[in-house]
Design a protein around this ligand. Structure first.
Ligand code: ADP
Ligand code: MG
Length: 363
């Protein structure tokens, strides 16, 4: 069994996206895959369309109420079983604290479960607490998605320290492989970061880089892996390469030849840039002195690249953006809030709510 912990204590660096898409790609190649959602936020479960908040999970297993197989959902997508998570998973850390063998609970469960799976992928939470430690102890290798930023390198150093400690304590080997994600390899900055990882960190570096695509977020929103939602998107192809790399490292032949590289399907065929469209947003009901707009489309800088109109007290914002799903908030007289005129929303990492704007592809 090839058990991979997908870990990095930094949030929002692509762990869940990697877990879902790698699982989907391995499943598509007729491998038996178990995806363990180890994050109380349950994003891997949500990203596969499993949003039921009452499903039992590892808490029930670790407290001996249910067996491992009672909580595994079979074939949520072809070839992939899911051990789901929801906020109840947060109760696992206090449950295990103080217990002998608290770091080995997941490993023991996997060992008991026999060698049913070819690959077990563990989507870790954004912390290095007991949940992540259980994942690292159960794993044979770590895949650490990293966005091109200097802070990201800090995180890898810490992850390396903790795996070294575990390996010394339990006498096993746990190589870390960094996976660059949301990557724009053309920038000099991205190349600098790659060089630093290669030369300064005592970890491996994947030969694959997952490119940035607006499709990743959309796919998660629709509860689908990229190979279903946007099979020709850049990142879907990158995840195929990652699956190749992982199978090759496992001594297995690559089952599927590399598909020819496609450009994003929302790219202009001539300029190769995303086709931006004019977007007009109306905020009729909002009565204030100043209304600003910030979101994924303008790097969250209020009113950056946005034209504001006020017609008889009705606010209007005009800007251009490529097709996709964008999160945004408005700033009403200096106060950040969700858009009360839009019921389409998503929780953000700070415990608040962002509004969602969908810009469809224009034919
Ligand atoms: N290759 C990519 N291109 C564009 N956006 C991405 C890509 N990978 C992930 N994202 C987006 O980045 C955000 C964080 O990714 P996620 O996988 O949830 O990270 P983590 O699990 O580390 O918190 C999500 O909104 C996700 O859709
Ligand atoms: Mg996640």
């Amino acid at each position: 069994m090839n058990t991979i912990a997908i870990a990095n204590q930094k949030g929002g660096c692509g762990k869940t996206t990697t877990a879902i898409n790698l699982a989907a790609e391995l499943g598509r190649r007729n491998k038996q895959v178990l995806l363990i959602d180890m994050d109380p936020q349950g994003h891997a479960s949500l990203g596969l369309g499993i949003g039921d908040r009452d499903l039992p999970g590892l808490y029930e297993v670790f407290s001996d109420e249910l067996s491992f197989y009672d909580v595994v959902l079979s074939d949520v997508i072809p070839g992939v079983d899911l051990l789901p998570a929801n906020i109840a998973l947060a109760a696992v850390e206090p449950l295990l604290t103080g217990q002998p063998g608290r770091e080995r609970q997941l490993l023991e469960q996997l060992e008991k479960s026999g060698e049913l799976y070819d690959h077990v992928l563990i989507d870790c939470p954004p912390s290095l607490g007991l949940l992540s430690i259980n994942a690292l102890r159960a794993a044979g290798q770590v895949l650490a998605p990293v966005e091109a930023s200097l802070f990201a390198l800090d995180g890898i150093q810490q992850l390396h320290e903790i795996t070294t400690m575990l390996c010394e304590k339990y006498h096993y080997d746990l190589p870390i492989r960094v996976l660059p994600v949301m990557f724009d390899s053309h920038t000099r900055f991205a190349q600098t970061i790659l060089k630093q990882i290669r030369e300064q960190l005592p970890v491996g570096l994947s030969g694959v880089q997952i490119r940035h695509t607006v499709r990743a977020r959309e796919a998660a929103w629709f509860g689908k892996p990229l190979i279903d939602y946007a099979p020709h998107s850049t990142a879907a192809l990158d995840f195929q390469r990652l699956a190749d790399e992982i199978l090759a490292a496992n001594g297995q032949a690559v089952a599927i030849p590399l598909t020819e590289d496609h450009e994003e399907n929302d790219m202009d065929p001539i300029s190769k840039k995303p086709q931006r469209q004019m977007v007009v947003m109306n905020f009729d009901e909002i009565d204030c002195k100043r209304l600003q707009l910030a979101g994924d489309f303008n790097n969250w800088i209020p009113d950056h690249d946005i034209e504001t109109r006020n017609i008889n007290g009705h606010w209007q914002k005009v800007f251009t953006a490529a097709p996709g799903v964008y999160e945004y908030r408005i700033v009403v007289d200096g106060k950040w809030q969700q858009d009360p005129t839009n019921s389409s929303e998503i929780p953000n990492e700070l415990g608040g709510i962002n509004s969602l704007l969908q810009i469809p592809v224009h034919h």
